[in-house]
Design a protein around this ligand. Structure first.
Ligand code: FAD
Length: 760
């Protein structure tokens, strides 16, 4: 028996990576609450900081200057990051509903999802206008718009609908950026015509007269045609109609008008205001559910109407953090008192800005520099993190948490010495709850499986077939249990597909960190749902398993596959022939990327792309390789490219050449190894460099370390007759392996033992 280190007693789920939640995560990172697990769910790994968005559009900032990397921030906060879309709340079950994956348990949930454009209220707007919200998708929409203007010769007319600070700033920033594009192309900037439509009598209606006058002057001087008292009531392709019936010919319409709450909120039963925003009290708590908090644009305070501005969302982070902490221990909550006046620094696109505060206004290039300084200082808080010791936020004195009598009993047993042996099994009710919704694929050859649970599963081997056995197991290296489940299953299935077999059945072995029953059940459900998704897609029935408590989340599978008993169609490692070409189906780099992720040195988008690659099955790839006459095949896992290649060349009695420049790499992999960040397994893999014939010339090559990078759920490496290789790569790419490439050639063996030659 051993004492337990960490137990999950409470779950806080942060929905949306808005301006408040980034502050909450940072605050919890600095001062975690023992026993509390935080999960951030957001549609994107990078969230834009609205204050710098116009500067980004104008071209003064790069993408990473204005986006907060949520995946990296979550690592710093030791929070789980789930890149997914929230589609609802089941308040009775206390779960957050997610698109295409199982619901997520919460004890407290906070919503910071910004606002949603109300384009559906104006006919044609949803179809023909470029909406600035949701803000996370705006980058793609803006880049696409810039591309269209760049490719459209002659006159381009752009209409911006919305005369608030966002609309005015965006108009001027877009004009600045697009004029630069036209100048670069040697075109006349007079070909760019901007219209700004506002339903109000003035632009910037929430700002003082002096600010309005300054912007009237700037817009006039920059030739922007401002239409006041002119609501747009219909949009069609290439034209829009104003309320007074006038049609205006336009090439682009950008929609920056007042927005509302996300439609899914209506199904939650939460009290909403007339625009669909969540009504909150002074504690930023839903007026209809004390477990639900809302902040930023999506919140509507009952006591005071606030402008929908990022500045409030930022300020709400501290009171929200305080109230989440207090809620956990049933302490009285503290009201949030929004400032009466706030400073807005509104830019004009050309490194010039106007300050607005109450009745005050001033302007200048220095105001822009000041704004730039404030904004960059804000962003640094989420870029450069203070050094923290490695304390696990789940460890420590959990006595401050308010628990029910039943939960206190469970918690006391978690803190006591925990049993080993069968005493460490996950409880029966937790297990059945977690597995209840799983639907393993039904197969006729599964006689006794999870549909009729027994002491063991019974599976028939069809006549004329032989069984292929394999087993894999590893601890989680990602904080999202659903994605981890998919990857673990995919990784285990990789051996079956690499042999040219079809997957038949699997048994799982899992360890889950201790916690209250709800928390453990949720983790197990997430992980096994992910695993079953991958197994089902492969036609592989999950027929049983075993789960126990462990200090870390871990999952493995014993998988059975089937091949023809004559071994026809089997792809072994030993069949390579000189002259054949080496094909790799997926990009390399998972080892270095996840080592960098743990050290806060990887970008969130690199990690998300790597996860997508790891979740891609090798099933279709193996089929394509088989159809193109592959003579040998293996799946890339822990030993890295070189290790697995040598495992193929040795029994085949051949040498091989690897073209470093042809290696497909995951985004960011080369940057990570350039920083000297490698997986802990790299050192062991490096021993295989003795098999390299000419490594001296390549030691400094930027891709050299990636030869030894251990892969999780990596691609297939195969040897294919040279004449069939181009068609094979094309077929692999068509099947979704977009990085598939020829990476070298099989050579005659030159010396007594096999060797690998590097080329550039
Ligand atoms: C061009 C422009 C310039 C602006 N400039 C300023 C400015 O200078 N100063 C200022 O104070 N305000 C400014 N604003 C207003 C500002 O954009 C908003 O007030 C601010 O973004 C609101 O922040 P938020 O935290 O509520 O939400 P957001 O910043 O919109 O963040 C919402 C987050 O939730 C995520 N999300 C949304 N839906 C879901 C879902 N269903 N599931 C999971 N995740 C989800 C999104 O990916 C995003 O990460 C500007 C607005 C515009 C349009």
């Amino acid at each position: 028996m051993r004492p337990h280190e960490a137990a999950v007693l409470r779950d806080i789920v942060l929905v949306g990576g808005g301006h408040s939640h980034v502050g909450v995560l940072r605050a919890f990172a600095m001062r975690p609450v023992p026993g509390v697990r935080i999960t951030l769910v957001c549609t994107d790994a990078h969230t834009p900081y609205s204050g710098m968005l116009p500067g980004y559009v104008a071209g003064h900032y790069g993408y990473d200057d204005v986006h907060i990397d949520l995946s990296r921030l979550a690592v710093f906060a030791r929070a789980r990051f789930i890149c997914a879309e929230v589609t609802g709340l089941d308040r009775a079950q206390r779960t957050v509903l997610l698109r295409d994956r199982p619901p997520l348990h919460y004890d407290l949930v906070s919503i910071n999802i910004g606002s949603t454009p109300q384009v559906q209220m104006v006919p044609g707007a949803a179809r023909h206008a470029v909406a600035v919200k949701p803000i996370y998708q705006f980058n793609q929409r803006w880049l696409a718009l810039r591309e269209r203007i760049s490719a459209h010769p002659g006159r381009n007319t752009i209409a911006v609908v919305g005369g608030g600070a966002g609309g005015v700033e965006l108009t001027l920033a877009m004009q600045y950026a697009l004029q630069a594009v036209l100048r670069e192309q040697g075109r006349d900037i007079g070909d760019l015509v901007f219209h700004l439509f506002t339903a109000d009598a003035t632009i910037l209606p929430t700002h003082n007269r002096a600010v309005q006058r300054r912007f009237d002057a700037v817009l006039a001087q920059r030739g922007v045609l401002v239409h006041r008292d002119c609501a747009v009531d219909e949009v069609q392709a290439k034209r829009l109609r104003t309320r007074n019936g006038q049609w205006v010919e336009v090439d682009e319409v950008v929609w920056v008008t007042q927005a509302g709450g996300a439609p899914w909120l209506r199904e939650t039963g939460l009290a909403l205001d007339e625009r669909g925003f969540i009504r909150v009290n002074d504690f930023l708590q839903s007026v209809s559910d004390e477990r639900v908090f809302a902040v930023g644009d999506i919140a509507s305070m009952d006591s005071r109407a606030l402008e929908k501005a990022g500045v409030f969302a930022v300020r709400m982070a501290a009171p929200l953090t305080r109230n989440l902490r207090r809620s956990l221990s049933s302490q009285a909550l503290v009201p949030y008192r929004p400032q009466r006046r706030w400073l807005a620094l509104i830019s004009t696109g050309d490194r010039y800005a106007v300050a607005s505060r109450g009745a005050l206004s001033f302007a200048g290039s220095w105001v822009w520099r000041w704004k730039d300084w404030i904004d960059r200082r804000f962003m640094r808080r989420f870029e450069a993190f203070p050094a923290m010791d490695n304390n696990n936020p789940l460890i420590g004195n959990t006595s401050t948490l308010a628990l029910s009598a039943e939960e206190s009993l469970q918690a006391a047993s978690l803190l006591a010495m925990r049993c080993g042996g069968c005493g460490a099994k996950v409880g029966a009710s937790v297990l059945s709850g977690a597995l209840a919704g799983l639907v393993p694929v039904a197969r006729e050859d599964v006689i006794i499986g999870l549909h009729a649970p027994d002491d063991a599963a019974i599976v028939r081997v069809p006549p004329g077939m032989a069984l292929v056995h394999t087993v894999d197991f590893f601890r989680s290296f990602v904080d999202d249990p659903y994605v981890f489940g998919q990857i673990a299953a995919n990784h285990a299935l990789g051996d079956i597909f690499a042999m040219g077999a079809t997957a038949q059945s699997a048994t799982a072995i899992a360890t889950v960190p201790p916690g209250l029953e709800d928390q453990v059940e949720d983790t197990l459900r997430q992980m096994m749902s992910g695993a079953v998704k991958a197994l089902d897609a492969a036609g592989c029935a999950l027929v049983g398993g075993h789960s126990g408590e462990g200090s870390e989340l871990a999952l493995g599978f014993a998988v059975n596959g089937l091949v023809d008993a004559s071994l026809q169609g089997v792809m072994r490692k030993c069949g390579m022939r000189a002259g054949e070409l080496l094909i790799l189906t997926k990009p390399l780099g998972t080892g270095t990327l996840f080592a960098a992720h743990a050290r806060l040195a990887a970008r969130g988008r690199w990690i998300q792309a790597a996860l997508v690659s790891m979740c891609q099955s090798n099933q279709a790839g193996a089929q394509v390789l088989k159809e193109h006459g592959a003579t040998a095949c293996t799946d890339l896992t822990g030993f890295g490219l070189l290790g697995h290649l040598v495992e193929m060349t040795r029994p085949s009695g051949v040498d091989a050449r690897v073209d470093l420049s042809a290696l497909p790499l995951l985004a960011g992999a080369q940057e990570c190894v350039a920083q000297g960040i490698v997986s802990s397994l790299q050192a062991a893999n490096l021993r295989l460099r003795q098999s390299l014939r000419n490594q001296e010339s390549f030691l400094a090559h930027p891709r050299y370390p990636l030869l030894f990078d251990p892969q999780t759920a990596g691609g297939l490496l195969a040897s294919v007759p040279a004449e069939r290789a181009p068609a094979c790569v094309a077929a692999l790419q068509a099947a979704g392996y977009t990085h598939a490439a020829v990476i070298g050639m099989v050579l005659e063996q030159d010396a007594a033992s096999t060797s690998i030659v590097l080329a550039d």
